[in-house]
Design a protein. Sequence first.
Length: 270
Amino acid sequence: MKTIESLERGLEVLRSLEEYRGQSLADLHRLTGMPKSSLLRILNTLEKAGYAWKAISDSQYRRSISLASRKRSDELTTLISEIAAPFLSQLRQKVLWPSDILVVRDCQLELGESSRRQSNLGVTLYEIGARVDMILSAPGRAYLAFCSPEERDAVLLRIEANPSPIARSRQVLQHELSDILAQTRRCGYGSRDAQFGGRNVDIDEFDDGLDAIAVPISCKGNVIACMNLVWPRKYRLKNKIVREHLADLQNTAALIAAACLESDIPVADS
C-alpha cells in the first residue's frame, strides 16, 4: 500500500527530536538530509500542532511536553522550560530587561530558558544547562530562602562537601548566609551578590557586569524553579526595578507555577 510521503518526513523529524535534547535547523538538516525549507515547514506544522517547540534562548527545537515522559526527572528542566517560555516572552514585552528560568535539579539550579536573546541589549548569554552558584546568585538565594528546610540542608551539605572555588562564596557560606536568607524572605526576592561575576570563578577572573533579582516558582508547596530579572550593574537600577517590576516578576512566577500544576508536572506534595 502506498504511504504518505509528507507524513513520513514529518515523523522522521519528530523522531530526531525525540532522540536528542535539542536540535538546530542545521542539525536536523544534517541528520535527515532534508532541505531546510522543507524542514521549516515541517517544524512549523509540528509547533502549531503542539508536538515541538523552539526555545527562545538558543533557537533549538525540542520535543513537546505532550511527548515527554513526565516520570523522568532528567526531563523536568525541558518540561518546565517549555511551559515557562511564553511567559518569559510576555514579561520581556512588558519589562525592558530579560529573564532566565532556572530549574531545580540534583540540589542545584540549571538554566532551562532565557529571554536574553530577545532583549537586544548585549547582555551575556549562557548555555542551556549551565548551573549557577547557589550562594552568590539571585536565583540561588531565592531558592535557599524559600525551599523547605530539608532541601536547604541537602544543598548546603553538598556545598560543604564540594567547596566553591569562589572565595566570596565560601565567605558568605561561613559568615553571612543566615542573615542574607532572612533578608531575602522579608523582601520576597533574592539579590545577586555585588562580588559575583556570573561564573564559577572569582569576579576578577570573569565578570559579566550584570545585576539581578530573583523569585521562586512554587508548585504544591515545593520550589521547582526560580526566575530572575537581569540588567547591567553599571546602571545601578536595583531599587527602581524592585519598585517598578518586582510585582511583574512575582506575578509571572505565579502564572508559570499554575501552568506547571495544570500540566501535571511531577512534583511531590509537601
